[in-house]
Every structure is written in structure tokens, then in C-alpha cells.
Write a protein that binds this ligand. Sequence first.
Ligand SMILES: [Cu+2]
Length: 498
Amino acid sequence: MFSRRAFLLSALAASTASTLARAQSAPQTGAGGAGGTSVQPTVLRIARRSIEVNGKSASVLGIRQPDGTFGIRTQVGDRFRVRVENTLEEPSLIHWHGLTPPWQQDGVPGVSGPPIPPGGSADYDFPLRFGGTFWMHSHQGLQEQLLLAAPLIIRDQRDRPDQQEVIVMLADFSFTPPDQIFAELKKGGNMAPGAMTGASPSAPAPANVKGKAAGTMAPGMAMGGASAKPDLNDVKYDAFLANDRTLGDPEVVKVEPGRRVLLRIINSSSMSAFHVDLGALDGELIAVDGFPVAPVVARRFLIAVAQRLDIRLALPRAPAAYPVLAVLEGESRQTGIILQAGGAPIARIPDNASTASPALTLDLERRLRAAEPLKPRKADRVHTLNLTGEMAGYVWSINNVAWTKDVPPLPIAKGERVELVFVNKTPMQHPMHLHGHEFQVVEIDGKRFAGAVRDTVLVPPRRRVVVAFDANNPGLWAIHCHLLYHLDAGMFTTLRYV
Ligand SMILES: [Cu+2]
């Protein structure tokens, strides 16, 4: 039943491919198994599913193998050989966040290629250059808000046989449909500066969009003075989830006292950053966004949207329950899982921490040092990306241009060392993600250093962050803010080279 549609899709992909296209690198669309290889692909099925949130049933999306496994776990050196089947009634496309495939297999509709139509499928096949904690998510419309995301774990020599791996996937959840959330953000932002959201009789407060203080509503007022507070959490969510569950009914993972645990924490939220709280346990942060860093020991670690943290724990020998919590940035709401060592009793963890957490800062980013940094080299090319926009009208842009397909890609050339200078001109933070390349954080506010290699970096209000990467994967690539509604509003651009 897929074949005709798949054929048409394939023909469309071929006809719309730009001069960059190399036919053998495009995802193969179709339903047949005639791939010319003996190894069967892993099937990942995009499908609607139900979960329970706060005692109510919620219809969401998911990406699972036929045996029910969410996402995929593979190993470095293997090829990423996957068939994605779209069982939805709408188009979809999955992005492999943090991987470096040929650009046509990157999964960004309208950039990498067309989305997979309802009932269609697409095949992917590329080598895995490195291991680590990655994830996959829809890049189509606002599907990510409906939890269309899953872990993508690539094991490598860092994975020790004496440690138990525990994946913690964080998400924000609303019973309000994403289109409506976005419409309300635009409407809410339209209110006159100085008005409190919800205080105006002509514009009643949308239930799920946060009221904005006057100082942060007015772009002019928010840019300077000491009183300007960072503007956090645009959307009021109904719940925060860890592995699809709230603390009212958390996942309990059995672990052995005295054993090592590797937490792979993935922030798959559309809009929400967290402080990971390990309670009484010291954690050793060994990788960010999959890439190794000089270990940092702490009990709290911040995680921006789309980022990942690999944290090693050495569990004490006595039986006990260890909550691994994630406290929403700037608030006390929290989610998490519980590690149950030795059958210890599990206490109910409240949905709110005892105190509100602070806003995210770059304090941790400044401390991080890549275990495998880029070779020191002068930049051949520098692009400055001013992060621009405002709450009024919920307009977000790069260099004051909200993305359309007519925006020319930033030019670079193969073999260059490229630096991207992110300058945040807004009172909101923006976690910036580059597709198809890992980058290194090399400067914060004018201070150079050999920071972490990663794929998503937080740029807080009025901060300047510079990242460097080697142009070694030619194609047309997305660069964007990973806050879903900022991305959809236009804080997105591309770069291109052959
Ligand atoms: Cu943003």
C-alpha cells in the first residue's frame, strides 16, 4: 500500500534536490526490502499512543520499534540503518539530533527533503562516527510538543560493563493542542507593553500562557537596566514528565547497592530547561551532548532544551531510594525518576521542590573542558548570528530576519574552520543547535577557552557565545533556536557548502 505514494515521494525528492544532492545519499523512500543489503533495517514507527498524565488520558505521538522499544540503541562502528514508517494521518519527518548523516538524511522538512506522507516510509543508512547520548524528534510542525521524540543511544568504549545504564527523558506536557498554545503566545504577546497578561478585559489571559511582567513585555525596557529579569517559561505546562511519567506515578528503576550507574539525561522538552537534582548523591558529569568532557563532580547540573548529560553515579552500599529529579528553571515544579537500590521503600516525592530554582546561567558551560577538543586553529570564516525578536507578537528571528524559504543560506566552504558568534539581543534565552556537525564552545563574553564539544549551546539574555566547527560534512544545514515556538516563529536559518 505504500508503494505508489513512496514512489511519488521518491520522484519528488529527486526532482527537488538541489545541486548539492548526491542521489546515493538521499534517504531511500519506499516499502520494499530491496535495499541491496543483507542487513535488515531497524524499523521505527511513528504512531499515535496514549499515556496517562495527572490521572487523565492523553493522546500523544511516539516513535517505537515494532517490539515496543522507544527509539534505538546501537553502537559506534555500526551503520545507522533505519526505516521510518509514518502511521499518522499527517506528514512527519524525524531528525537524528546530534548525528552527522549526509545532509539529505537529516530529517528537516523543506531543508533536507520532503516529509514522509501518511502511510509512507523512508530508509536511512549512514556510518556512525562517534558514540554517546543522542535523541531523535520530529522536525515537522509542532509534533515535538506531542512527545514525538525518543532516545538514540550509541554505545562506545566509554560504556563500562560494570555500570547500569539509566535513560531519563525529560519533557513538558500540555493538554492544550500545540497550535492553540502557539496562537495564544502570539495573541498574548500582542498586548500593549505595560499591561499584565490577564489584567486586560479586552484580552483575557490564555489559561496556559504565562502572564508577563510589564518590564519584560516591553522590548525597550527589557534590554538594559539592572531590574530587567530574564524572561522564562513562556508556556504554562500541565505537567513535566520523566520517561512519560510525573512524580505522582514515577518510573522506579531497580539498581544494585554499591553499583555504578550511568544516567543518560535527555531534555526533549519543547520549551523547558531544568536543574537536574541528584539529592544526596554526587554525580560525575562525563559527557555533554554525547561528547566527553573533563569530569565535573556536583549534585546539581543544569540542562537546556535539547541538551544531554551523561552522569556517573557510584551508589552507596546500603539499600536506599534515590530520586533523580529535574526542577524547572526559575520555578519549583519538578519531575523525575527513582533509583531503588536493594528494595528500599519508595516515598512519594512532591511535585514541587522546597524552593524555586534560579535561571540557567553559563557557570557550568564556562567550567566545561572538552576531553577531545578541536585542533587549535584560526577561523577561516566567522558568521555573526544576532538572536533577535520580541514577545510582542511572538516574533523571533536571526539578524532581524524571520526564516522563510527565501532566506539565503550562510555561505561557508569545505575544509574551513568556521566560527558562529551568537549574540543574544533579547531578554529570553535561546538554546542554539547546529545540524550535521559537532561544535566546540570557544568563547563566552569575550573570554576565549577550549570549552565543551557539543551540538546545542545555551545563549542567555544579552550574552555572547562563540562556537567553532570544521566544515567537513557538505550540504544544506539548519541552525536554529531549539525552543519549539521560537523555531516555528522564525529563529532559524541555514548554512550551505559543497
Ligand atoms: Cu529561542
